[in-house]
Design a protein around this ligand. Structure first.
Ligand SMILES: NC(=O)NC1=NC(=O)NC1=O
Length: 164
């Protein structure tokens, strides 16, 4: 939809439109209550900073919608189809798939949450390198990185909701 349409939507409809981008209530509320935005850039810049930082429980809830990298999101929820398209471009070879699966398992054992990265625009090799590098991080370092990756994915999805 156009920015003007988004600006004029009833709050409930605007919330429903942004929720598949990032399922954090505080984030959606901040965006909806900050309308009208004078440009798409202003909206995207606001969304990148809104409700920063996310709490641990907000991160857990938001992550629950993201399948593992290399796994297809199941189901017909809007988020699932968004995840599938974001991961569709990953040309994952068999060896890379096995390395990603092992890396995902190691990451989940260490951090007790799914490894999250903005997949769009990245090759599977880049993602595997990031996964291996991030395995060496502390939980605090990873919390900040996951917050940022969720915001990058949300911004990309928001660009699909509110067209230029
Ligand atoms: N575990 C993930 O990183 N999942 C995802 N990254 C994306 O960019 N979309 C996803 O669903």
């Amino acid at each position: 939809m156009q920015l003007e349409q988004f600006n004029q939507l009833p709050d409930e409809e605007a919330l429903a439109a942004v929720r598949p981008c990032l399922d954090v209530e505080r984030w959606g509320d901040a965006i909806v209550t900050s309308r009208p935005f004078s440009s798409r850039q202003e909206l995207l810049a606001f969304a990148a900073e809104a409700a920063w930082p996310f709490t641990e429980s907000e991160l857990e809830r938001a992550l629950s919608h993201h399948p593992r990298i290399g796994e297809r999101a199941a189901g017909e929820a809007h988020e699932a189809s968004l995840s599938r398209s974001e991961q569709a471009a990953l040309d994952i070879s068999q060896t890379t798939a096995e390395s990603l699966a092992a890396g995902n398992r190691a990451y989940e054992e260490k951090f007790d949450r799914v490894f999250l990265i903005r997949a769009a625009g990245r090759s599977s090799e880049e993602i595997l390198a990031a996964l291996n590098a991030r395995l060496g991080h502390t939980a605090e370092e990873e919390q900040a990185i996951v917050d940022h990756q969720l915001r990058e994915i949300a911004a990309l999805r928001l660009e699909g909701v509110v067209s230029a």
